[in-house]
Design a binder for this molecule. Sequence first.
Ligand SMILES: Cc1cc2nc3c(=O)[nH]c(=O)nc-3n(C[C@H](O)[C@H](O)[C@H](O)COP(=O)(O)OP(=O)(O)OC[C@H]3O[C@@H](n4cnc5c(N)ncnc54)[C@H](O)[C@@H]3O)c2cc1C
Length: 313
Amino acid sequence: MLKLQDIPRIFLEESGLTLKEGVVLSKYSSFRIGGPADYFLEVREPVDLNKAIQIARHHQCPFYVIGRGYNLLFDDSGYRGLIIRNLASGIKFEADNYSLEVCSGTCLSDLLNKAISEGLTGLEFLAGIPGTVGGAVYGNAGAFGQAIGDRVLEITILGDSGQEIPVTREELQFDYRHSALKNSHKVIVKTRIEVEPISGNEVRRKIEDYLEQRSKKLPPEGTACAGSFFKNPVHGGKKIPAGQLLEQAGAKGMKVGQAAVYSGHCNFIINLGGATCLQVLTLAEELKEKVWKHSGIRLEEEVIFVSATSSML
Ligand SMILES: Cc1cc2nc3c(=O)[nH]c(=O)nc-3n(C[C@H](O)[C@H](O)[C@H](O)COP(=O)(O)OP(=O)(O)OC[C@H]3O[C@@H](n4cnc5c(N)ncnc54)[C@H](O)[C@@H]3O)c2cc1C
């Protein structure tokens, strides 16, 4: 039976990869919350992502893959096992079928810049959304009525023995902030994204417009948060903004410890400095309860809670 303390030695022997120990996860989440992970590894090449996952699976070491940590809430007690931070990036434009092949650790901003530089349209709605392509595909990130799932042609995931498996858009069952990956816990290696050619300045104009609209709604840059905390619920066949429901229910001004509702938009929980995961979760429960009592609608979290024992094994 493998002992957790043997993991760094096994990684080094089997892959040459060096794990860090006791890394504080708050540094890797835009919420700036989270205790120490037993083990932590940053990968910059798809081959290393593949190796790390194969070794962790083979030795039954609990692991969890993150991107840039813009949609996560880590546990106060950190993580029991290995956190793999995926920075494996790269983008290839395939002119014959107008698609971009993107490594999963690529930042969305780099993807958008590549599309602009190649004279391509279709991804403007991604402007200002922080994080990686892997994180975006996992949660079907989007804005302004569009989402990345509309543009995904195919992704490649890692199979149990490390083989790369193609998965089509249909199989991913994209829905509002949802993909089938949320149930399967598979790791995305790369994604093929559909684009179209365009000439002129239309793309830049759209991006500027989107960024301006975002700046009116979002907390100021640098605020510790993880984006919209709750999904916009569907009620009576209509999507209702969670922020509106929260405001009507009296969420403005609510706080638990250092976790507070952002004054400019009730669907953001912000860390005022030194907030704990428990404070955020307690505030979230109070907010859900308030909305339920006020409107009979149940809010569901968009932010992903990574408990100390969450695992993609
Ligand atoms: C200020 C702010 C504004 C935001 N605005 C928006 C917005 O407009 N629209 C929107 O949709 N989101 C928004 N978000 C949330 C966030 O930007 C997106 O969810 C983004 O896609 C997260 O990417 P990430 O790399 O940070 O993922 P992480 O937060 O690191 O991870 C999120 C989830 O994806 C999984 N994941 C990451 N990489 C992989 C992989 N390679 N394979 C399998 N699973 C993987 C992780 O396991 C985790 O469960 C915002 C966040 C902030 C802080």
